[in-house]
Write a protein that binds this ligand. Structure first.
Ligand code: PMV
Length: 338
């Protein structure tokens, strides 16, 4: 029997409207968010994954190469999360073969750059490729969402995406708002900490409802979501910038006021935020957003990125930066990792 093998590459995405908390009354494994979210794929933060099912393998093996490190064999709950998705595909395709998976990240994981989004979208598309499944983009987005990291379902869409919360599993998936070339925005990821974070986003989603501000945020999002959609449609950078800063601060307010509280920011995060406020005085328009970690995503216009990069690197707490532009979503590639 010929082995089933495929390789996919998928970008991380940065959320302009954040997924933070699941819909009340739904099961964790359904991954139905309390609100819709909006994001942009980022080209220099990606995961490459090869999967191979073969009668030669006696056990399932998963290997990950984190940024700047060598390959490590995955075990414990990260392994169970990956095998959860693999088993789903085995059932769909009536397959009992063991699998070998190798995966490489181009950027530091677990520090607020959505490594799980690029990781689970690359894994899902590689599985689709290995089984030669013919899926619509909607079906692919739903299967990716169910992998565990909901935000991964936005990474399969090209460019700017909205993950619609829908009303059930079949209506909860991501759609395109604009292709990558629509807007020459940039995301300068400013890394102020390069270690595993203490609280995963899964933990954050579970705690979000315990914040006294959770319902208020859901109410405010009803206005903010259409405004972000409109800012993208009109390429209105100042409008987008103000909205995403408000949104990021509010998501972190929910995290900081949940029981127990989660503080993702560190002194480097604040140093970058204050620096941006200063350079805005010189009419250089730059804005921040922050996912579940301390690193700051500086959202600017592509023409300004190099200038901002030179300045931000002079800050005491900045370790390094990663320059990103909007890009296509997950895709299959010919070159395998093994
Ligand atoms: O999809 P998850 O479970 O990895 O959570 C993503 C959470 C944020 O990155 C903070 C927000 C988002 O929408 O990407």
């Amino acid at each position: 029997m010929k082995p089933f093998k495929a390789t996919a590459v998928s970008p991380a995405n940065i959320a302009f409207i954040k997924y933070w908390g699941r819909k009340k009354g739904t099961l964790d494994e359904e991954v139905i968010p309390a609100n819709s979210s909006i994001s942009m794929n980022i080209d220099n933060c990606y995961t490459k994954t090869t999967v191979e099912f073969s009668p030669e393998y006696e056990e399932d093996e998963v290997w990950i190469k984190f940024f700047g490190k060598s390959y490590e064999k995955v075990s414990g709950s990260p392994l169970n999360r990956v095998l959860g998705q693999v088993n789903h595909f085995r059932e769909l395709n009536n397959c009992a073969l063991k699998v070998k998976i190798m995966s490489e990240n181009s950027f530091p994981s677990d520090a607020g750059i959505a490594a799980s989004a690029s990781g689970f979208s690359a894994l899902t598309l590689a599985l689709v490729g290995a089984f030669e499944m013919k899926l619509s983009l909607k079906e692919l987005s739903i299967l990716t969402r169910l992998a565990g990291s909901g935000s991964a379902c936005r990474s399969v869409i090209d460019g700017f995406a909205e993950w619609r919360k829908g009303h059930d599993s079949g209506s909860c998936y991501a759609v395109q708002l604009a292709p990558p070339e629509w807007w020459n925005l940039a995301d300068l990821v400013t890394v102020v900490k390069n270690e595993k974070k203490e609280f995963s986003s899964l933990h954050g989603h579970a705690l979000a409802h315990s914040s006294p501000f959770f319902n208020r945020r859901q109410h405010l999002l009803k206005k903010r979501i259409p405004l972000v959609r409109k800012a993208i449609k009109k390429r209105d950078f100042l409008a987008l910038g103000e909205l995403i800063e408000e949104e990021a601060t509010e998501m972190h307010l929910i995290a900081m006021s949940s029981h127990p509280p989660i503080f993702y920011w560190n002194k480097g995060t604040l140093e970058v935020i204050h620096f941006l406020k200063e350079i805005r005085k010189d009419n250089l328009f730059v804005f921040f957003t922050i996912d579940a970690g301390p690193n700051v995503h500086i959202i600017c216009q592509e023409k300004d990125m190099d200038k901002i990069d030179l300045e931000v690197k002079k800050l005491k707490n900045v370790l390094f930066t990663i320059k990103n532009k909007p890009c296509a979503g997950a895709r299959l590639i010919e070159k395998h990792l093994f």
